[in-house]
Design a protein. Structure first.
Length: 247
């Protein structure tokens, strides 16, 4: 592990040199770089990779100020400028990290070589859950008050796609994979599942170039439950300039 100085302070980084494009991992709410270990170990040893702890997670100290998707995208752009100069990137984002990766793709399209989103948080995720699945919204609010750390609460509260990103066009048509989990916990059935399916359809409309993969027996943490499937998707993105085809 290394530490990298950014404008707002130092963050903890795992960086492995190798061939471009660099595979960049963006974790979900409350998670740090360690969650990607099972995937990284399945990638070719000569492949450049980058994973990091956002402020307030893992080995990175919290910081003051806005924690919107645009702020986090700007921090990643600064990190990449120091770590990888102008090298193209394949972004891999899980859950809320998927929203951050999507925001980065809209704001910095010139850096993008590929996109892999694992159960990504939709830009309208929270308002749609509040209006369409009130039971799940109440559960999440309870977790926010009892289990979320300060860093988690701020990211959760500021998750709406910031206006400067929303005003930009959809990411350019680079190779893209949307990977969705298929296993549901009891509390995720019913109205929440209906909302979730609607949000997934909207993701496909937003990213029409994407190949869509659903893993029926996998829960939300796809990268730890099915790391080989995630690594295979990354290898396909690395190997092909057109939309990858996976089984």
């Amino acid at each position: 592990m290394a530490r990298q100085a950014l404008a707002g302070g130092e963050i903890a980084v795992f960086s492995r040199p190798g061939s471009a494009p660099i595979v960049v991992f963006e974790a979900g709410l409350g998670d740090g770089k360690a969650v990607w270990g099972p995937v990284i170990e399945r990638l070719p040893k000569g492949q450049a990779v980058l994973a990091y702890d956002r402020p307030g997670y893992g080995d990175s100290a919290a910081r003051n100020g806005e924690r919107s998707p645009c702020t986090i995208s700007a921090e990643l752009a600064e990190l990449l400028a120091q770590q990888a100069a102008d090298a193209p990137v394949i972004l891999v984002g899980h859950s809320l990290g998927g929203l951050y990766a999507y925001c980065f793709a809209r704001q910095y399209p010139q850096r993008l070589a590929g996109l892999l989103l694992l159960d990504p948080t939709h830009p309208e995720h929270w308002p749609r859950i509040q209006s369409g699945a009130s039971e799940m919204a109440a559960l999440v609010i309870g977790l926010r008050h009892t289990l979320f750390t300060p860093a988690m609460r701020q990211e959760f509260d500021e998750q709406a796609l910031c206006p400067q990103a929303a005003a930009r066009p959809e990411p350019r048509a680079v190779p893209t994979v949307l990977m969705f989990s298929g296993r549901r916990r009891p509390e995720e059935l019913g109205r929440f599942q209906t909302v979730l399916e609607s949000l997934r359809r909207d993701w496909q409309a937003r990213l029409p170039q994407a190949q869509v993969l659903t893993l029926p027996m996998t829960g939300h943490y796809i990268q730890t439950e099915a790391p080989e499937r995630v690594a295979a998707a990354i290898r396909a993105l690395l190997a092909q300039g057109d939309k990858p085809r996976l089984q």
